[in-house]
Design a binder for this molecule. Structure first.
Ligand SMILES: Nc1ncnc2c1ncn2[C@@H]1O[C@H](COP(=O)(O)OP(=O)(O)OP(=O)(O)O)[C@@H](O)[C@H]1O
Ligand SMILES: [Mg+2]
Length: 159
C-alpha cells in the first residue's frame, strides 16, 4: 500500500510532516529517500517543530546522528546516511537500542541504513515534481504497525 502526495511548495511538504507528527509513537522508524535537495531535511525540520523541538534542526551530515528531546515523550533521533561509507558506521549508532529505549528514528538516505534497522517502517520517497518548487512524496507503510496506521487514513488520503 502506498499514498502519493503532490507538494507544490515547501509549505505543503511541511504540512505533511505536521500531519504525521501526532501519529508517531516510541519505537517508530521513518526512512526518507530521494535525491539531493528534494526536501528530506525540510520535512524533518517540520516534524521536529510539530513535536515541540525548540532548537534548530540541521542535517547531521558529518556527525551522522543528532538526538533531539521532544515534548511528545520521546527523543527524535535524526540520522543522515549520505556520507556513510560502510554499514558498520550506522550499526555503531546502535539505532535498535535507541528504539528499544523509546526513541523515534528518522533517517535521511534511509535506504542506506535500512539493513541496520528493524523491519517495520514508514518509507517516504521524495521526487522532484512537475514545475519549479514542486515535490512528489510517495509514502509506503511496511509492517503491521504502519499498515494499520495507513489504513486508518491518517494522512487524509487513501491509495
Ligand atoms: N515542495 C517542496 N518541498 C520541499 N522543499 C522544497 C520544495 N520546494 C522547494 N523546496 C526547497 O528545496 C530545498 C530542499 O532542501 P533539503 O535540504 O530539505 O533537501 P534534502 O532532501 O534534505 O537534501 P540532501 O539530500 O542534500 O540532504 C529547500 O531549500 C526547500 O526550501
Ligand atoms: Mg538533507
Amino acid at each position: 500500500m502506498s499514498v502519493t502526495l503532490d507538494c507544490p511548495d515547501s509549505a505543503a511538504t511541511r504540512a505533511v510532516a505536521a500531519r504525521l507528527a501526532p501519529a508517531l509513537r516510541s519505537g517508530d522508524v521513518v526512512l526518507l529517500e530521494g535525491d539531493l535537495g528534494t526536501g528530506k531535511t525540510t520535512f524533518t525540520q517540520a516534524l521536529a517543530a510539530a513535536l515541540g523541538v525548540e532548537r534548530a534542526v540541521t542535517s547531521p551530515t558529518f556527525t551522522l546522528m543528532n538526538i533531539h528531546p521532544t515534548k511528545a515523550g520521546f527523543d527524535l533521533v535524526h540520522v543522515d546516511a549520505y556520507r556513510m561509507e560502510r554499514l558498520s558506521e550506522v550499526v555503531e549508532l546502535a539505532l535498535p537500542e535507541l528504539l528499544d529505549d523509546g526513541a523515534v528514528v528518522v533517517v535521511e538516505w534511509g535506504e542506506r541504513a535500512a539493513p541496520a534497522l528493524p523491519g517495520d517502517r514508514m518509507v517516504i520517497r521524495f521526487e522532484y515534481g512537475p514545475g519549479e518548487g514542486s515535490r512528489r512524496l510517495t509514502i509506503e507503510a511496511v509492517g503491521a504497525r504502519w499498515e494499520a496506521l495507513e489504513a486508518s487514513g491518517f494522512l487524509g488520503v487513501r491509495a
